[in-house]
Design a protein around this ligand. Structure first.
Ligand code: C2E
Ligand code: MG
Ligand code: MG
Length: 711
C-alpha cells in the first residue's frame, strides 16, 4: 500500500491502464473461450451420438439381410466391423477407416455384454470389462461397465481419461454407447474432447494475443497521454520548488485549453503576481532600511547609522585613536523657523546636508542626529586641530549658504569629545559631547567646547538640584523670612521685605541667589512666585500686628511672572481678597526687566500703580543702570544695591553718587532705600547723605515671621 502511495503519477496511471485493459480483455476473452468450448463440445457429442445411431442403422440393415438369408450372421457381423472400424490387418489391428466424422482421434468399439471387445482398432479380442480409466485416481472408474450399462438403458455418454493413441499423454475421452438387442452388441463411439474444442483454444489464443497487443497499445497511448499531463506537472513541481529558494520562474506556456493548460496559465499568473508582490515588498524593505539609517531631509546618515558605524569601528579596535565626536547645534533654529517659516529652515538643513555629503571622507563621517543637531566623527591629531577644522567648516557652511541665497548667518554651538578608554562607546561619547554642547548653549559660547569631567559633575548636580527644587515646590517647602526696612531718623520699622528661604533635608541650605536661577531654569518660576506672593500676603496681618498698620510689605518679583498675561489681575485680586490696602504692598523689580521689553513693562507698572500698588526698583546701581528709566517711568522706591553702600566709607565718589541718587529721588518723588547697610558707621554716612530708609544687618537680618511675632 505504501509502495502504491509512493508511486509517481505516471507509474500509477500506467498501472491503472494495464489493469483496466487486462480486466476488459479477460471479461471478453474468457467467456468467449468458455462459450465456444462448450458449444463445440456439445456439437462433438451430438456427432458421436449420431454416429452411434448410424452404426445401429447399419447393423439393422445387415441383420435384415441375414434374416432374408442373403448373408450369414458371421459374414454380416464381419462386414459391420469393417464398415465401422476398418479392415483387419495382418497384425490383428484395424486401420480406423470410416465415413463418419468422429474427430481426429475418434473410432468405434464393439463390446459383448460381458466386456469382450468384439471389434476394436488395436485391442480386438481382449476382455476389458474391468479396465480402469487412466486418471490415476485412488477410486478407479470402470468405464466399460459404465458404457455397457448406459447402452442397455437406451444410450448415453461415458467420460473417462485415456491415453492418446501412440502417445504417453492422457486426455479426456467421451463415448456414446448404444445396444443392438439382435446381435447383443454394445456399440460405443468416442473421441477425445480436445478434438472438439481445439477451435476454442484458437479463440483463446487469438484473444490472448489481442489482449497483449491492446495492452501494449493501451500502455503506449496512455504513456504518451500521461506524458502530456505529467510533463507540465513536473515543470510546475520544479518551479514550485524553486519558489522556496526565492526564484520565481514561470513554466513554459502550453497551447492547450484543457485543465492542464488552464493550470499552467493560472500558475504563471500567480507567479507573476507573487514575483511582483515580492519585488514590492523587497523595495519597501529597502526603503525602510534606508530610512532606518538615513535622514530624509538632509540625505545624511542618521544617529542609528552613526551609532552602528562607531560601534563597529570600536569593535574592530583598529584606528579609532585620535578620533573625536563633534556635535553642531544650529543656534536659534527655532526662531529662524518661526521668523522665516519651516520651508526656509528645511532649506538650511538640506543645504548643510548637501555640503556635508560632499565633505564626507574615509576619516570623516557626517550625520544629522536630531532636528537641528549634526554630528561629525572625525580623525584629528589634537583638540586644537578639531577646533580649527570646525571653525573652517562653519565658515565654509556660511559661505555656501549665502551663495545659495540664505541671507542670515547661521551660527552653531559646537562641542567635541575625544574617543578614549573612558568614552569608548557611541552612547558615552554622545552623552559627553552633549554635556559640552549644553555648556556652550548656556554660556552662549560660539566656539567649540571640549568636554571636561567637571562639566559632567556640574550637570549632574544641576540635574539633582532641579529634582530637589521640583519636589520642594510641589511640597511647599520654601519659607519666607522678613527683613526690616527702617527709618534711620526715627528708627521706626516702616516696612519689611519678604525673602525666600529653603532648607532642603538632603543638602546644605542654599540661598536665593542660587536656587532662584535654578527654579527659573526648571521652568517653575511662575508657580514659585504665585506661592511667594500668596504666602507673603497671608503673613501680612502678622506683620501689621507686630509693626503697626502703617507697615509696608515688599515682595520680589521675577521677570517671567511679571511678564505673564494676567499678572496684574492676579496681584490685585490677591490683595483685594485679603482686604489689604494696595498702597502697603511694594513689588520689587530689577532694572534688567526694563531692558528686555521696556514698553510692555512700563505699561504694566502703570497699571499696577493705577491700582494703588507700589513699585520699587531693586538692586539699583548694578546691571544696566540708566537714569533714563527713572525719567521715563514712574516708580515709588529705589533700592540702592549693597555694592554701592560697601564703598561709601572709604570712597568719596561712592558717597557723591549716593548723594546724587538721593537728589534724583527727591526730584522725582521716589523713596530711596540703602540696602546692605551693615555697620553703625555706614548708617551714619547714609543718614548724613540724606537717605532716610535703611535695610541691612545694622538693624536686622531676615527672620521668620513666627519668631518676629513672638518678639
Ligand atoms: P534683594 O531683593 O536685593 O534682597 C536683599 C538681599 O540682601 C537679601 O539676600 C538680604 O538677605 C541681603 N542683605 C540685606 N542686608 C544685608 C546686609 O547688611 N549684609 C549682607 N551681606 N546682605 C544683606 P538674600 O535673601 O540672599 O536674597 C538674594 C536675592 O534673591 C534678593 O536680592 C532677591 O533678588 C532674590 N530673592 C530673594 N527672595 C526672593 C523671592 O521670594 N522671589 C524672588 N523673585 N527673588 C527673591
Ligand atoms: Mg529685593
Ligand atoms: Mg537688592
Amino acid at each position: 500500500m505504501r509502495k502504491f502511495k509512493d508511486m509517481t503519477l505516471k507509474h500509477r496511471l500506467s498501472l491503472y491502464t494495464a489493469v483496466l485493459l487486462l480486466f476488459s480483455a479477460l471479461t471478453v476473452g474468457v467467456p468467449s473461450y468458455l462459450v465456444a468450448k462448450i458449444a463445440l463440445q456439445n456439437k462433438g457429442e451430438i456427432q458421436l451420438k449420431n454416429a452411434a445411431y448410424s452404426a445401429l442403422d447399419i447393423i439393422s440393415v445387415l441383420n435384415d439381410a441375414v434374416e432374408n438369408g442373403d448373408v450369414s450372421l458371421n459374414e454380416a457381423q464381419d462386414r459391420a466391423g469393417k464398415m465401422l472400424i476398418g479392415e483387419k490387418q495382418s497384425d490383428g489391428t484395424r486401420t480406423i477407416d470410416t465415413d463418419m466424422d468422429l474427430g481426429v482421434h475418434g473410432y468405434y468399439s464393439v463390446f459383448s455384454l460381458d466386456g469382450h471387445l468384439l471389434f476394436h482398432p488395436t485391442l480386438e479380442g481382449e476382455d476389458v470389462f474391468s479396465a480402469p480409466d487412466q486418471s490415476g485416481k485412488s477410486m478407479p472408474f470402470y468405464f466399460v461397465q459404465d458404457l455397457i450399462e448406459k447402452a442397455q438403458s437406451g444410450g448415453g455418454y461415458t467420460y473417462y481419461d485415456w491415453l492418446y493413441p501412440y502417445s504417453d499423454a492422457v486426455g479426456e475421452k467421451v463415448v456414446y454407447s448404444v445396444y443392438d438387442p439382435n446381435w447383443k452388441w454394445v456399440i460405443s463411439v468416442g473421441s477425445y474432447t480436445s478434438d472438439f474444442d481445439r477451435d476454442a483454444f484458437v479463440i483463446m489464443e487469438i484473444a490472448g494475443v489481442s489482449i497483449l497487443v491492446s495492452l501494449l497499445l493501451g500502455l503506449l497511448f496512455s504513456a504518451r497521454y500521461m506524458e502530456s499531463i505529467v510533463s507540465p506537472l513536473t515543470g510546475l513541481e520544479r518551479a514550485m520548488k524553486l519558489i522556496e529558494s526565492g526564484d520565481y520562474e514561470q513554466v513554459p506556456e502550453i497551447e492547450r485549453k484543457d485543465e492542464i493548460g488552464n493550470l499552467v496559465r493560472g500558475y504563471n499568473n500567480m507567479v507573476h503576481t507573487l514575483k511582483k508582490a515580492n519585488e514590492d515588498v523587497a523595495a519597501r524593505d529597502r526603503r525602510i532600511s534606508y530610512y532606518a539609517y538615513n535622514d530624509m531631509l538632509s540625505g545624511l546618515p542618521n544617529r542609528n547609522f552613526l551609532r552602528e558605524y562607531i560601534t563597529d569601528r570600536v569593535a574592530q579596535e583598529s584606528g579609532v585613536s585620535d578620533y573625536h565626536l563633534v556635535l553642531m547645534d544650529i543656534k536659534d533654529f527655532k526662531s529662524v523657523n518661526a521668523l522665516y517659516g519651516n520651508t526656509y529652515g528645511d532649506g538650511i538643513i538640506e543645504q548643510i546636508g548637501e555640503i556635508m555629503r560632499l565633505m564626507k571622507r574615509e576619516d570623516k563621517i557626517f550625520a544629522r542626529v536630531s532636528g537641528n543637531e549634526f554630528a561629525i566623527w572625525m580623525k584629528s591629531s589634537s583638540q586644537e586641530a578639531v577646533f580649527e577644522e570646525i571653525h573652517n567648516l562653519k565658515v565654509q557652511l556660511n559661505e555656501k549658504l549665502s551663495y545659495h541665497g540664505f541671507s542670515q548667518t547661521v551660527d552653531f554651538f559646537t562641542s567635541c569629545c575625544e574617543f578614549s578608554e573612558n568614552s569608548r562607546t557611541f552612547d558615552m561619547l554622545y552623552q559627553k559631547a552633549s554635556i559640552a554642547l549644553q555648556v556652550a548653549k548656556e554660556s552662549h559660547y560660539l566656539h567649540t567646547i571640549a568636554y571636561e569631567d567637571d562639566m559632567y559633575y556640574a550637570i549632574e548636580r544641576e540635574t539633582r538640584m532641579r529634582g530637589l527644587v521640583e519636589t520642594a515646590i510641589r511640597k511647599d517647602e520654601f519659607l519666607l523670612y522678613y527683613q526690616n526696612k527702617v527709618n534711620a531718623h526715627t528708627e521706626e520699622v516702616v516696612g519689611v521685605e519678604a525673602l525666600a528661604r529653603w532648607f532642603p533635608a538632603e543638602i546644605d541650605a542654599i540661598g536665593p541667589s542660587e536656587f532662584i536661577p535654578l527654579i527659573v531654569r526648571a521652568g517653575l518660576m511662575s508657580r514659585f512666585s504665585s506661592y511667594v506672593i500668596q504666602k507673603a500676603l497671608d503673613d501680612y496681618p502678622l506683620i501689621v500686628k507686630k509693626f503697626g498698620p502703617h507697615v509696608t510689605l515688599s515682595i520680589n518679583i521675577s521677570p517671567s511672572i511679571f511678564n505673564s498675561d494676567n499678572f496684574v489681575e492676579f496681584v490685585t485680586a490677591n490683595i483685594a481678597q485679603r482686604g489689604i490696602d494696595p498702597s502697603k504692598i511694594y513689588l520689587e523689580i530689577t532694572e534688567d526687566f526694563l531692558v528686555s521689553d521696556f514698553d510692555r513693562i512700563a505699561t504694566k507698572i502703570k497699571m499696577l500703580r493705577a491700582e494703588g500698588v507700589r513699585i520699587a526698583l531693586d538692586d539699583f546701581g548694578t546691571g544696566y543702570s540708566s537714569l533714563n528709566y527713572l525719567t521715563s517711568v514712574q516708580f515709588d522706591e529705589i533700592k540702592v544695591d549693597k555694592r554701592f553702600i560697601d564703598g561709601i566709607l572709604g570712597d568719596f565718589r561712592a558717597r557723591a553718587l549716593l548723594k546724587s541718587i538721593v537728589d534724583i529721588g527727591r526730584a522725582f518723588d521716589y523713596m530711596i532705600v540703602a540696602e546692605g547697610v551693615e555697620t553703625e558707621e555706614q548708617v551714619e554716612v547714609v543718614r548724613r547723605i540724606g537717605c532716610s530708609l535703611i535695610q541691612g544687618y545694622a538693624y536686622s537680618k531676615p527672620e521668620p515671621i513666627e519668631s518676629a511675632f513672638q518678639l
